[in-house]
Write a protein that binds this ligand. Structure first.
Ligand code: IPE
Ligand code: MG
Length: 259
C-alpha cells in the first residue's frame, strides 16, 4: 500500500522527524522549531473574574486584552496562523448572560485589532446563530482586514469540531457532481477542502488555559497531530512567560507523525 507523504506548508512532501526540524530563532534568542499554526482554547475567564470578585463581563474584557497581547507575541515570533476558541456551540446553551458578555468582549477586541491593521481576521463556527447586531460588528472588523496580507487569526464562535465535519460533508455532497465524486472514493483532502480551515495548515500546537485538559469539540479533524500544552492559569492571566513555556514545550516535542 502506498501512503502519501505528509505535505509541508510549502506543499513539499516531507516526513518531519526529530532530526529534521525547522529551526528558527525565537524571541529571547532560543532556537528551535516554531509552530506555524497555534490554536488556543481561551478558557477560565469567568473563574478569573469570580476569583477577583468581579462580573463575568470584566473577565471577558480582560481576556480580550490578553488576546491582543497574545497576537503581538505571535507576530513577533513569526507565527503565520492563530485560531482562538472563544465560544463553543455548546456554550450557547448556557443559561446565564456569559455568552453575550463574551461576544461583546470579542466584538470590542476585534474592532481594536482591525484598527491596527496587521492580522487578517476570519470567523469560524455557526456565526448565523449569534445575535445579529453583534454579528454585524464582527463582520465589520473582518471586512476591514480582508485585504491585509499579514498573518491570519481565526476566531472560533459557536464553534463545534464535529459540526464542522458534518457541514463540510454536506457542502461536499451538495456541490455539482459531489455525490458521484464521493462514491468514486472520498479522500481526506476532498473533505478538508470544505472545512473552515481549508487552505490553512493544521494547528501544530494547541494551548488550553485554566487547568482543564481536554479539547472540548475543538479542531476535531485538524488536531490529529497537534502538540498539546495545558497550563493552570485562567486565560486573562496567560502572560509572556506562559507563552515562552508553551513554545519551549513545542520545541521539545518529537514529531514523528506515526513514523
Ligand atoms: C470559555 O470558558 C469557553 C471556551 C473557551 C470555549 P469561560 O471562559 O466562559 O468560563 P469558565 O471560567 O471556564 O467558566
Ligand atoms: Mg470554560
Amino acid at each position: 500500500m502506498t501512503v502519501p507523504l505528509r505535505r509541508s506548508r510549502g506543499g513539499r512532501a516531507t516526513v518531519e522527524t526529530c532530526f529534521s526540524r525547522r529551526s528558527t530563532p525565537r524571541p529571547g534568542g532560543r532556537r528551535g522549531p516554531v509552530p506555524g499554526h497555534i490554536a488556543v482554547i481561551l478558557d477560565g475567564n469567568r473563574r478569573w473574574a469570580k476569583a477577583a470578585a468581579r462580573e463575568s463581563a470584566w473577565g471577558y474584557m480582560q481576556g480580550g486584552d490578553r488576546a491582543l497581547q497574545f497576537l503581538n507575541w505571535c507576530d513577533a515570533a513569526g507565527i503565520d496562523v492563530v485560531t482562538l476558541y472563544a465560544v463553543s456551540l455548546d456554550n450557547l446553551r448556557r443559561e446565564d448572560d456569559s455568552v453575550i458578555a463574551s461576544l461583546r468582549a470579542v466584538a470590542e477586541t476585534l474592532q481594536q485589532l482591525a484598527r491596527q491593521p496587521r492580522w487578517r481576521i476570519r470567523l469560524i463556527g455557526r456565526i448565523e446563530l449569534l445575535d445579529t447586531q453583534i454579528v454585524e460588528e464582527l463582520r465589520e472588523a473582518v471586512d476591514l482586514t480582508a485585504a491585509v496580507s499579514g498573518p491570519t487569526v481565526n476566531i472560533a464562535l459557536a464553534y463545534s469540531g464535529r459540526e464542522e465535519i458534518l457541514q463540510a460533508l454536506r457542502e461536499l455532497l451538495s456541490t455539482p457532481g459531489g455525490i458521484t465524486q464521493a462514491q468514486a472514493g472520498l479522500t481526506q483532502d476532498m473533505l478538508a477542502r470544505h472545512l473552515y480551515t481549508a487552505g490553512l495548515p493544521d494547528p501544530d500546537l494547541i494551548i488550553r488555559t485554566s487547568g482543564e485538559q481536554r479539547l472540548s469539540d475543538f479542531m476535531t479533524w485538524q488536531s490529529t497531530y497537534s502538540e498539546l500544552y495545558f497550563c493552570d492559569t485562567g486565560w486573562p492571566g496567560f502572560d509572556e512567560r506562559h507563552f515562552a513555556q508553551a513554545l519551549d514545550h513545542f520545541a521539545s516535542c518529537c514529531r514523528r507523525y506515526g513514523q
